[in-house]
Design a protein around this ligand. Structure first.
Ligand SMILES: C[S@@+](CC[C@H](N)C(=O)[O-])C[C@H]1O[C@@H](n2cnc3c(N)ncnc32)[C@H](O)[C@@H]1O
Length: 452
């Protein structure tokens, strides 16, 4: 039974049987050794060429304090393997420095679509719905942070993989004081910066102008670079770290996942939160196995696996996710139990994870007005002279059914806000996650002992 199988059958056991940090490291060493063994298995069927490390490794960057790091074979990481020749003679290129450059280039060259163009998109509502989820999640945890502070205390936030600044307005509405924007794609980050200054200048011209937070931007790979070293003030205490639709890039290798978690946790103050949105890997694996192929999806999304779906690796489980042509670069499975264990090592305790639909169910009453403003759901049946975005035959049968069942209590012209079935199918692949930073004392050797 692979670890993913175990996850699928007993996902909750991991939370109930809390383990010590030593156990955690031990388990990760075993997991890494397992991945290693599979690498060797793989290699025995392939000719392998390797090149020496070019980039400084995580260990060089962070020092060699971790037992875990010392126990890892470098074959488990991305730096060594560069080209594999399969039995069929096909050469699989694997960049020696990992996929960072490919990912950065992908996002840097992604065409920015205007409002008009976006409103015609097949995933217009899905995109808005996901934006609503982010808004509600950010707002929920900023509210908790503010409730625990004295009025007008500063709020410091790190946005890892901030992209073009899609969340800048959310930070403004949340009344934060300072934002650190990080992304691997420098072109996206420049766009983020100019969006911020546009917002700031508009505010300056407004008679009723309000305080706008300050920003700093860091173009760096959060899976390889210690972000703290790049902060204007490396002693900054963060209240919130957000990583929206980007955290899965950290699971390319164990070394990179550790660096990502370290970046998320290092400057968070006790009681601060690390929040994010990712694809649910258990669900991905379950659906791909059910499909009986290495690709599944529908008219609006497609997931294509490039790893063994029967024995998915804990790190580097590569797939391509294409959402109406919006994203199509390598992504990596986030093995959730491993994530929880890694998080624990850095003093982060899981607070909650929710499928998007469950999040929606919990929040839709509070977020009803915002949902309307953001056009996060489509009106069914449509208003006269408007058409529905979904064109599949059964795209709205759930909405028809709902209105039929509710029929006795509603008038004949009742309408409902929904997404097409194809969009729900895509949206239901995502989860939110929330971790909280624990308090710590210090061991005599200077390492933190977290109070879980
Ligand atoms: C799907 S976009 C999400 C952008 C933004 N968080 C949002 O919700 O609109 C993913 C972002 O993660 C960034 N990213 C991917 N890998 C990264 C890495 N290793 N370090 C920093 N940013 C990364 C990409 O450049 C891209 O901007």
């Amino acid at each position: 039974m692979s670890t993913f199988d175990k996850d699928l059958s007993s996902f909750d056991d991991y939370y109930e049987n809390e383990k010590s940090t030593d156990d955690l490291e031990q388990e990760l060493i075993l997991a890494a050794a397992d991945a290693d063994a599979r690498n060797h298995e793989h290699k025995s069927n392939h000719e392998v060429e390797t090149t020496p490390e070019i980039e400084p490794s995580y260990e060089q960057e962070y020092g060699s304090g971790s037992k875990l790091k010392r126990s890892l074979s470098p074959d488990n990481d991305v730096e060594r393997v560069t080209r594999l020749k399969t039995n069929e003679g096909e050469i699989i290129e694997r960049p020696s420095e990992g996929y960072g450059k490919i990912i950065a280039t992908h996002y840097n060259t992604l065409e920015e679509k205007g409002l008009h163009e976006r409103s015609k998109s097949r995933i217009f509502y899905l995109r808005n719905f996901h934006n609503w989820i982010k808004s509600m999640l950010i707002n929920e945890y900023l509210t908790k942070i503010k409730d625990g502070k004295r009025h007008n205390s500063p709020i410091h936030v790190l946005d890892m993989g901030c992209g073009k600044g899609g969340d800048l307005l959310k930070w403004r509405k949340g009344g934060i004081t300072h934002l650190i924007c990080n992304d691997i794609a420098d072109v996206s980050l420049d766009q983020c910066k100019s969006r911020y200054y546009d917002m700031k200048n508009r505010n300056g011209r407004d008679r009723n102008s309000s305080f706008i937070y300050t920003i700093e931007t860091i173009a760096a790979d959060f899976t390889k670079v210690r972000l703290r070293k790049k902060y204007k003030d490396p002693s900054i205490k963060l209240d919130l770290v957000s990583c929206q639709f980007a955290f899965h890039y950290g699971f390319e290798s164990l070394t990179q996942a550790e660096c990502t978690m370290h970046n998320a946790a290092e400057c968070l103050q006790p009681g601060g939160f690390f929040i994010g949105t990712i694809l649910d890997s258990n669900d991905l694996i379950a659906r791909i196995r059910k499909s009986g192929a290495n690709i599944f999806g529908n008219g609006i999304f497609k997931v294509e696996f490039e790893c063994d779906i029967n024995k998915p690796p804990l790190f580097g489980g590569k797939y391509h996710f294409n959402l109406d042509g919006v994203v199509d670069c390598p992504e990596f499975l986030v093995h959730f139990s491993t994530l929880i264990k890694l998080a624990k090592k850095y003093g982060l305790k899981l607070v909650r994870t929710e499928k998007f639909y469950d999040f929606y169910q919990r929040m839709h009453v509070d977020g009803q007005q915002l949902m309307g403003n953001m056009k996060g759901l489509e009106t069914f049946p449509p208003y006269p002279n408007t058409s529905l975005v979904g064109t599949d035959e059964d795209d709205y049968t759930h909405a028809e059914e709902f209105l039929k069942n509710e029929g006795q209590n509603r008038n004949a012209n009742a309408k409902v806000g929904t997404l097409s079935k194809s969009e729900w199918e895509a949206s239901s692949l995502y989860v939110t996650f929330v971790f909280e930073k624990m308090k710590n004392t210090w061991a005599t050797d200077g390492t933190p002992i977290y109070q879980f």
